[in-house]
Every structure is written in C-alpha cells, then in structure tokens.
Design a protein around this ligand. Structure first.
Ligand code: RB5
Length: 154
C-alpha cells in the first residue's frame, strides 16, 4: 500500500463580531473544506457585541503561541486589526485584495488575517483566506525588517 504524505496544517483560531458573523461562518466552512481545523472564539450570533473582546481572544492566543495563526473579522476589519496589533508578536493584516494577502505573508509574515465583512463579499473572502493560508513567509531581509519593529512601543 502506498503512503501519501500531506503537509499538516496547524489549527487556526477565528473570531468576529456581529457585523461579520455570517462571513465568519462561511470562512469557517471554507477552512474545514481545506482540511484546516478551526477553533471558534465567537461571536456566535447576530446580536450586537464588542469587537475588542473577540480581538483579544484571538490575538492573545496567537501572541502566547497557543495558535500559530488567527483570523479576525468585523464590519470594516479596522477595529479588529487595531486591537490585535496591540499584542506582542501579533502581525495582523487587514486585506481586501489578493496581492496584499500574498504579500502580507511573503514579506510581513502576518499571523492574523483580518477581513471586513461590510467591505468584501464571501467569494473574495474565501480567495483571500486560501492565498493567505498557502503563501509561505520569505524570510531573509523580510525577517530583518520585522525584527526592526518587533520592539516598538514596549
Ligand atoms: C460594528 O458596528 C463595527 O463598528 C465593527 O464591526 C467594526 O467595523 C469596527 O471596526
């Protein structure tokens, strides 16, 4: 019997607010189809909630190494990215085009993808997630540049 080796993909933690609940469910299903285990940090419905609570749930666990990568969604993606980037070692990238999604991995080693559910549609969100999941970090000079700002503000 032949054995097929597949690269293991680490689980991704995902969080959203009410404005992005529907898109979060769509992204979750898409990741599952890709064979990625998803840990859902909420929210779990359309009732109004505060996005910083969910940004903290996800960013804290990426910052402390519990998860390598996270995904956050809110209406614009702005609040989630601002809040997530307060956590040490978190490089949250708000993207709405494929080129930026790819570059955020290749050049910036982004470990949190942020999407704005009131800005982009579900098909684009899926494309961005796929690109972001599949693009490796380039390392080298890009790591040196990341090292230059990791200590900013501390
Ligand atoms: C919620 O109304 C909205 O402010 C939130 O989803 C997000 O867009 C914040 O940046």
């Amino acid at each position: 019997m032949s054995e097929t080796k597949t690269a293991s993909i680490s689980p991704v933690i995902i969080g959203c607010d009410h404005a992005a609940y529907t898109m979060k469910e769509c992204v979750k299903a898409f990741l599952t189809e890709m064979g990625v285990d998803v840990v859902d940090a909420g929210c779990h419905g359309l009732e109004s909630v505060n996005y910083p609570d969910f940004a903290r749930e996800v960013a804290q666990k990426v910052s402390d190494g519990t998860y390598e990568r996270g995904i956050l969604l809110c209406g614009t993606g702005l609040g989630m990215s601002m809040a997530a980037n307060r956590f040490k070692g978190v490089r949250a990238a708000l993207v709405s085009d494929g080129f930026s999604a790819r570059m955020s991995r290749e050049h910036n080693n982004s470990n949190v993808l942020v999407l704005g559910a009131r800005v982009i549609g579900e098909s684009l969100a899926q494309d961005l997630v796929r690109i972001w999941m599949e693009t490796p970090f380039g390392g080298g000079r890009h790591q040196e540049r990341i090292d230059m700002f990791e200590g900013f503000g501390s």
